[in-house]
Design a protein around this ligand. Sequence first.
Ligand SMILES: Nc1nc2c(c(=O)[nH]1)N[C@H]1C(S)=C(S)[C@@H](COP(=O)(O)OP(=O)(O)OC[C@H]3O[C@@H](n4cnc5c(N)ncnc54)[C@H](O)[C@@H]3O)O[C@H]1N2
Ligand code: MOO
Length: 419
Amino acid sequence: MNTVFESCFATPGAMMPLDEARQCLAEKIKPMAKTTTLPLRQCVGKILASDITAQQNVPPHNNSAMDGYAVKFQDLKTDGETILPVSARIAAGHPLGRRAQSGEALRIFTGAPIPEGSDTVIMQENATEAEGHVTFAPGAAPKKGANFRKLGEDIKIGDVILKKGRKLRAADIGVCASVGKTEIEVYAPLKIAVFSTGDEITDAGEPLGEGCVYDINRYSVMSLLESVGCEVTDLGILPDDLGVITNGLKEAADTHDVLFTSGGVSLGEEDHVKSAVAQLGQINFWRIAIKPGRPIALGEVGETPFIGLPGNPVATLVTFMMIARPMISGFSGRSDISTRSYKIPANFEMNHKGGRYEWQRAFLKDTPNGPVVELFHTTGSGVLTSMVQTDGLVEIPDHAHQIKVGDLVDFIPYSEVSQ
Ligand SMILES: Nc1nc2c(c(=O)[nH]1)N[C@H]1C(S)=C(S)[C@@H](COP(=O)(O)OP(=O)(O)OC[C@H]3O[C@@H](n4cnc5c(N)ncnc54)[C@H](O)[C@@H]3O)O[C@H]1N2
Ligand code: MOO
């Protein structure tokens, strides 16, 4: 653990380029969550802790994709109608119990097992049945093997169907069920303690004193942590008092995997968080070349990782999404901690100073030629409604200088960085 933070953040003075920071995280962050075996029904949204190998073929038998008639393709005439006796009826879950013979048609239903000897199913819309016989027009079956779902065509015994480190979605749970799994090994959620800091920060429900503001960050950070699958403890607001902050962090470190604070880490005289963390373990300032979001404090309280986000509410959320989320994902056992972005044409112009990555709040607009991305009109780090009224962030790389209308830019939907 310590080595991650030390090696990633030991860049005194110069600001670390974001690409380097991302590379460092991808290489150094390792799962710290414990593993546990849970019933399948409790696993959606959890991170898979070991590969899932199929011990069952899917489908487990050859079966029909349509309601119709199972036949041998070679029995079908190409130059006129084919008339065959309907000699049996096969419903789903009720195998015929014998081979199919040449010259017979078997009434069959979707999902029902196709016996050895039949190789094609003709859908009932292309057939007429009367008095125990069925008539097919020429071309009723487009080809041999039509509507025939083969044993193991989806999954074969021995296939690795899901890889360790994957966040489980509904379809993954269904696939586990399809091979008969009843329980799987997943990572337990990380236990995370969240504080806000600052004498001016007041909890909702309390009267708002002069010069004070209601606590935003604790609520948004706790919500994000829960959205990414963590178990959160709300530890309230720490005043600007070194002793209280030190005690609060020390106690929380004993019972949590990671500690989060917001505010109190910049250069102000009342910013005591960094002194408290330094006393209890060690602190590094990760001076990443990004905007918003300077500074981010990372360290350890004893052995417990500490992440101190900047206080301005937009900076808190953006740094969480772009920097803390990949860390938490990696600690939680996820194998893919990258941030997915989409190339969308810009509907704005911009001159960028360069030198650092910048994330600007933006929304998508539908046009007859496809979506375009527009910037929100304010860039203030305290204006949180800007994140309510937008769809995501445009990522402007450190090397970009000028963006013109129509240039493809990287758009990161909030949904990609909130799960
Ligand atoms: N001389 C400098 N001043 C500042 C710098 C700098 O580099 N040099 N950086 C600025 C930037 S950028 C940011 S971001 C902030 C970060 O400061 P802190 O992380 O120490 O945050 P605070 O000073 O405690 O608060 C900043 C701002 O955010 C409000 N805040 C804090 N916590 C909450 C909360 N839980 N809910 C709602 N609002 C919160 C706080 O009242 C302040 O307005 O520093 C700049 N200054
Ligand atoms: O992190 Mo500060 O909010 O960049 O402006």
